[in-house]
Design a protein around this ligand. Structure first.
Ligand SMILES: [Ca+2]
Ligand SMILES: [Ca+2]
Ligand SMILES: [Ca+2]
Ligand SMILES: [Ca+2]
Length: 199
C-alpha cells in the first residue's frame, strides 16, 4: 500500500469513530457527547441506569473523555474538531503505547462488565450484539466483528481481546488487522456515510 492508502484507512477508522461519538451531530466532540454515548450503550444493553455497572461505565467514560480530550483538544476550547481528532489520536495512541493502555483499559473493563449481562464471566456474540446496537451496527456486521475480534475462537470476547482490537482499530494502518472489523466492514456506508461531519 502507498502511504496515501495507509492514511486513508486510518483516517476512515478515526472518522467513523468521530461520527459515532458526535451524538448531537454538531460536528465537534465534547464531554456531553461522551456521556450521551455512554447512556446509549447502557440503554441498548438493557442495564438499569442506577446500577453499579451503569455507574461504573459513566465514570469510565468520563475518565476516558478526560484522557482523550487532553490529547486531542489541541487549542483547549472544550471541543474536538475532526482535524484535532485525527491529529491528536495519532499522536496520543499510535505513538504512545503507555498512553493508549492508560486511556483504554479502564473503559474496556467497565464495558466488558456491563456487556456480560448474565454474569457468567464471558461476553458472547449476542451480548456483544446488544452493545453494538448502540452504534447502529447491523446484526450481520456485529456477527462478523465478533468472529474477527474473538481471536482464540472460544466464543467469548475477553478484555484483552477487546483491547487488542481497539489498539488495531485506532492505531494500525495494516489493512489485514482483525481489529479493523470492530464495527464490521469499515468501508460500508451503513457504518458511517460521512454526512454528519464535513472535513
Ligand atoms: Ca457534538
Ligand atoms: Ca479544540
Ligand atoms: Ca455473559
Ligand atoms: Ca475469545
Amino acid at each position: 500500500m502507498s502511504p496515501h492508502e495507509v492514511d486513508q484507512l486510518l483516517d476512515r477508522k478515526l472518522d467513523v469513530c468521530f461520527g459515532h461519538g458526535d451524538q448531537n451531530g454538531d460536528g465537534v466532540l465534547e464531554s456531553a457527547d461522551a456521556l450521551a454515548l455512554a447512556a446509549r450503550i447502557v440503554a441498548y444493553i438493557g442495564e438499569p441506569f442506577g446500577s453499579d455497572k451503569a455507574q461504573d461505565l459513566f465514570k469510565a467514560f468520563g475518565l476516558f473523555w478526560q484522557h482523550v480530550s487532553a490529547a486531542t483538544d489541541l487549542n483547549k476550547d472544550g471541543q474536538v474538531t475532526p482535524e484535532e481528532w485525527r491529529t491528536g489520536l495519532r499522536r496520543a495512541f499510535a505513538e504512545d503505547e503507555a498512553g493508549f493502555t492508560a486511556g483504554f483499559r479502564p473503559l474496556a473493563e467497565a464495558l466488558w462488565a456491563i456487556c456480560d449481562q448474565d454474569d457468567d464471566g464471558s461476553v458472547d456474540a449476542p451480548e456483544f450484539a446488544n452493545f453494538q446496537k448502540a452504534f447502529g451496527t447491523s446484526e450481520e456486521n456485529s456477527r462478523i466483528a465478533f468472529s474477527k475480534l474473538d481471536r482464540d475462537g472460544d466464543g467469548s470476547l475477553s478484555v484483552d481481546e477487546l483491547l487488542v482490537a481497539w489498539k488495531e482499530y485506532y492505531t494500525s494502518p495494516d489493512p489485514d488487522a482483525p481489529g479493523n472489523w470492530l464495527f464490521g466492514d469499515i468501508w460500508q456506508k451503513e457504518i458511517w456515510d460521512g454526512t454528519r461531519v464535513s472535513l
